[in-house]
Ligand binder design. Structure first.
Ligand SMILES: Cc1cc2nc3c(=O)[nH]c(=O)nc-3n(C[C@H](O)[C@H](O)[C@H](O)COP(=O)(O)OP(=O)(O)OC[C@H]3O[C@@H](n4cnc5c(N)ncnc54)[C@H](O)[C@@H]3O)c2cc1C
Length: 285
């Protein structure tokens, strides 16, 4: 039986990422439930078509030319269920809504993710973190789809900015274990973290967050600043004047502009004896 799934053909990728960079994509699918995801993955597998999973597109740099891969955006898989101190969250739920649900139910632990613009799927895949905490510290089970099969896993392994997903696994649901707390304190902490972001990051400008991961004993943003690279521009992209770990785009920025800045920073870093590892996901065809 053929299942109809919402899709946008010839989609402008600028509208699906916070960097506002990218050309067109052949097609973006928006499955709404597990049945649709399973059907879609199997159909693409049978046709030998490559695909890319997308959440909120806040950690991604798309190519300028037309993307051949099919995009599967999980934004519509966004339900949030609360059972006591456990939360079951669809991969497409955004972290603002997750934080609202936590506050409404007086559940504490995830406040550090308030203001992080991604989805739960992207946050788990990247093991998003801030202010000394990481999302995987609060995660106890995942439901994933791999090659069209759906299963759940516990005993999750993760490390800095590397979530528990294995190659080919798509996160469908994440289960978090939180603690009962005081609603007002939770809300206050969420707002304090958001304010810190606004004070220190180019929040509200077009970016994909921190470009590089922290090293074991160095912070790329600090070094980029010390090397006098803040404010450097190539084409429509600039190393943020507010936070040297971010590249921001304005107007007609292209992937090639962002990549030229990234490669230049990497080159300077290497010359100074550092290897910078990229945090943002660079998509090529
Ligand atoms: C202003 C700003 C501030 C930020 N601050 C932080 C911060 O403090 N800490 C931090 O860690 N990050 C930060 N980020 C980066 C980003 O928001 C996070 O990494 C976020 O968790 C990514 O989620 P997303 O849904 O946008 O992922 P996307 O950008 O859509 O995808 C990122 C990667 O995850 C994969 N992915 C997405 N969903 C799934 C899924 N369901 N299953 C399998 N793979 C999936 C994608 O294929 C891609 O490889 C910031 C970004 C911005 C723009």
């Amino acid at each position: 039986m053929k299942i109809k799934i919402k899709k946008v053909k010839n989609a402008d990728l600028k509208n699906y990422c916070s960097f506002k960079i990218g050309g067109r994509a052949k097609c973006i699918y928006f499955p709404e439930n597990i049945g649709q995801i399973k059907y879609l993955i199997n159909a693409l597998k049978n046709k030998n078509k490559e695909y890319l999973i997308l959440g909120n597109g806040t950690n991604i740099l798309f190519p300028d030319k037309k993307l051949k891969k099919i995009i599967i955006c999980l934004k519509k898989l966004n339900e949030i269920q609360i059972n006591g101190e456990e939360i079951v969250c669809g991969a497409g739920a955004n972290l603002f809504n997750l934080n609202s649900a936590c506050a409404q139910n007086s559940l504490e632990g995830l406040e550090f993710t308030y203001g992080l613009p991604g989805s739960v799927g992207g946050a788990v895949a990247m093991n998003a973190g801030a202010f000394g905490d990481e999302i995987c510290n609060h995660l106890f089970e995942i439901v994933v789809c791999k090659d069209g099969e759906i299963y759940s896993r516990q005993n999750l392994k993760f490390r800095y900015r590397k979530g528990p997903l294995e190659k080919g696994e798509i996160l469908l649901f994440a289960k978090f274990k939180l603690k009962k707390g005081e609603k007002q304190k939770i809300i206050q902490l969420q707002h304090d973290f958001l304010q810190k972001r606004r004070d220190t990051q180019p929040y509200g400008e077009c970016s994909a967050g921190s470009v590089f991961k922290r090293g074991e004993n160095f912070i790329p943003a600090k070094l980029i600043d010390e090397w006098g690279l803040k404010g450097l521009k190539i084409g429509g992209c600039e190393i943020s004047k507010k936070h040297a770990g971010f590249i921001v785009s304005a107007g007609k920025a292209r992937q090639s502009d962002a990549l030229a800045l990234i490669e230049l920073i990497e080159w300077v870093a290497k010359a100074k004896g550092y290897i910078f590892e990229r945090e943002i996901v660079v998509v090529t065809n």
